[in-house]
Design a protein around this ligand. Structure first.
Ligand SMILES: [Zn+2]
Length: 308
């Protein structure tokens, strides 16, 4: 792990889960996310202390384990402050909500793992979009929901923007063409917003610096359109959520351990919800199974009155 300079006082620590670093004039620093685990957090602390830097604040983009898994270790070791959006804070402080959202109830034991549940930490400051003054330096916060509920991005005073997982780097898209998302409508709004920006430096947690932001946003939008169309085509026949899920797991050759199964399941649910919101699909219970299907909305009134 190395500290790489981006611009001005903005840096990043490389690795599978890149961590943003902003250095203040007194050699304290702000981290954007904290890595995936206590052991990664320990490496972060070692590299930064070799540079004479002391962690004062962690800004969490969202509450996935690979972004807040180092929080508890760093908060204990450095007594640093943690900043997050209201929805991210709810999960950071109550990590059971992450797998509970995947399972829709108290989660299976295999989902209560370190991969899906970070150790809890305390959020000291809840933030929303707009300007944020930290130690007399002006940062900007952006709401970026879609990949997760309550995801935010942060721009440093140098104009370096850390976008968390709101975009998949084009390199990563080739390797992982099935994106994880919880809210497709909001993700498309987030991508349209990001694609319209002229930020000079943009860093993604996975994949690093983005060379062409507009092109990257377009590639993400195109991927969503392809997945939506694939699901719509499946729904020429009446299918359950689990049948759609099975078809997509096979089509994308996704390994189906329990965690992966429920992550993809959640994304399928997000697409079903989106297609329903777009009035492209309907649903009804048939012999105890909720079925989704493409169809005209002529009989919508009958269905909503229970006669359909
Ligand atoms: Zn994430």
């Amino acid at each position: 792990m190395q500290l790489n300079h981006i611009a001005g006082n903005s840096y990043f620590l490389d690795g599978d889960n890149g961590v943003g670093v902003y250095v203040f004039s007194d050699r304290t620093c702000l981290l954007v996310d904290s890595g995936s685990s206590a052991s990664q957090a320990k490496k972060i602390m070692t590299v930064l202390s070799e540079e004479g830097l002391q962690i004062e604040t962690i800004f969490n983009t969202h509450a996935h384990v690979d972004h807040c898994g180092g929080n508890q270790y760093l908060q204990t070791q450095c007594q640093c402050r943690i900043i997050a959006s209201p929805l991210a804070a709810a999960i950071i402080e109550n990590p059971i909500l992450g797998p509970a959202m995947l399972f829709t109830a108290y989660p299976l034991r295999v989902l209560r793992s370190r991969i899906l549940m970070a150790s809890p930490s305390k959020v000291d400051q809840i933030i929303g979009p707009g300007s944020l003054l930290i130690k007399n330096e002006l940062f900007q916060i952006y709401d970026l929901p879609g990949h997760s509920l309550g995801q935010t991005g942060l721009a440093t005073p140098d104009g370096v923007v850390f976008l968390g997982d709101s975009l998949m780097h084009p390199r990563m898209l080739q390797e992982y063409p099935f994106l994880y998302m919880v809210d497709i409508t909001r993700q498309l709004e987030t991508l349209a917003f990001i694609g319209s920006q002229k930020w000079p430096f943009v860093l993604l947690t996975h994949g690093g610096l983005v060379e062409d932001l507009g092109d990257c946003a377009e590639k993400n939008q195109a991927r969503i359109a392809v997945i939506a169309q694939e699901i719509l085509t499946l729904l020429d026949q009446r299918r359950s959520h689990e049948e759609i899920l099975a078809a997509m797991l096979i089509q994308y050759d996704l390994s189906a351990n329990s965690g992966q199964y429920y992550l993809v399941s959640s994304t399928i649910a997000a697409f079903i919800s989106y297609l329903s919101e777009q009035k492209m699909i309907k649903n009804r219970v048939e012999q105890g199974v909720m079925k989704f299907y493409r169809g005209s909305f002529r009989d919508r009134k009958e269905e909503s009155t229970g006669k359909g």
